[in-house]
Design a protein around this ligand. Sequence first.
Ligand code: KIV
Ligand code: ZN
Length: 506
Amino acid sequence: MSRKIYVFDTTLRDGEQVPGAKLNLAEKLEVAEQIAKMKVDMMEVGFPSSSQGDFEAVRAISRKIGKDVWIAALGRAVQADIDCIYESIRAAENPLIHIVLGSSDVHVAKKFRKTPEQVIQMGVGAVKYASSLLPQVQYSLEDASRSEFEYLWQTIEAVVKAGATIINVPDTVGFAIPEQFGKLIYRINDRLKNLDPKVMLSVHCHNDTGLATANTLAAVKNGADKVECTINGIGERAGNTALEEVVMGIQLHEAYYSGHTTVDTRKIYETSRMVSATMGLDLQVNKAITGENAFAHSSGIHQDGLLKSKDVYEIMDPETIGAPAMEIVLTARSGRHAFIHVTQRLGFDIPAESVAEIYQQFLTMADDNKEIYDNDVLTLLKNSGVPSCGDSPELWQLLDYELNVTSGLPAATVKLARGEQVVVISHSGSGVIDALYGAIMEAVGAPIELIDYRINSLSRGKGSLGKVTAQIRCDGQLFAGKAIEQDVMRASALALINAVNKILLK
Ligand code: KIV
Ligand code: ZN
């Protein structure tokens, strides 16, 4: 039978420990609300004794979203920290005190300079005190994966008897190996369920050797009831277990893990983008599940296979995580099949006798530009005199643009065409992109909201190509447009227009 695996998000505690990712109160609230929309079960939102700012943020989140999700906050095994946690989370409907204390020899001997028994007594005292304040207390055995098993168990037994309701087994330094970690969880679970079957067994893994997701899933397979993770895997050093990877891993293999989560996976993509933008932490393009290329296919063989049947190379539908539809990225490696597919999607039917020649022109263009996007294909087809089929919508094209950048308000004027219709709009904005995008959005007149804007350099030096990605939301759906140009302002305009055209084509 499939059991529920509880998802504990620690983006706003372990994730926020990333250098430079610190958020102010308003930002923390915004991120917490977005994560709550994803319907995680529990959310750890800070270390309230670390600063007044953290205390206030935890308290504000507890008050604002404490009805929808369990709210946890972390502290050391000392009364002052526990008091601080209690004050900051007590407004939540399901508050959870999280206490951390080391259990490995290095922590006991070198960090605390205490005997193992003294450390257990510290933990027991802290748990007793915490459970006199609130019913739910989580105890984390820091560095558990490098701890001696019998000492680990002795500690667990003592803190459970003292009132701990959740036992968390962290691989604090990312040292664990999936097979061994799975066995460790199996042994603990076996004894724990005999001791008190109501106590939840949790894991918290770090990604120092890239094994956080594998270790977490091995733990689920071996009995863990709860997983701790962060959006995009952000966290100390190489990060934590990525929530999106574990949740989708369990969903794809529910029978294997005999488990499921109740996370609303359709909110994953948007949450990932929002966390990345708010914390200023870029995602690697090939990041599993949420990276820019996670659903992009560029090899000719793959594109051909996908066009025959998506499941040839796609193990999940991008819609399950709320991502824009799968993308065929045209490059010099794309075959004729993929090129023709894109031209047809854009509403063009190349006469059979011209296909070879136009495909050759496309390859020459792709050699110069690395990647070819919709605006490039439209230009190529128009220049070659290929008429549109007539039964698909006319698309927007950029005819011209002008920027006026002074120390005052920047302004932009755009000239766009859609079939016979030509629109010229000027707009000012707080920055050049704000002005340019304001003008384009007014010109196309669609109810769109800009979700994400990114710019990357594709090579080095002054003459390098700039790749821009613009993501917009329209009627609750996300659309992404990309463009590559040497002139990054032109690329910015084209990326947005490509995204708008995707709405028309839908
Ligand atoms: O990595 C760790 O051990 C932690 C604990 C507080 C769970 O973050
Ligand atoms: Zn951690």
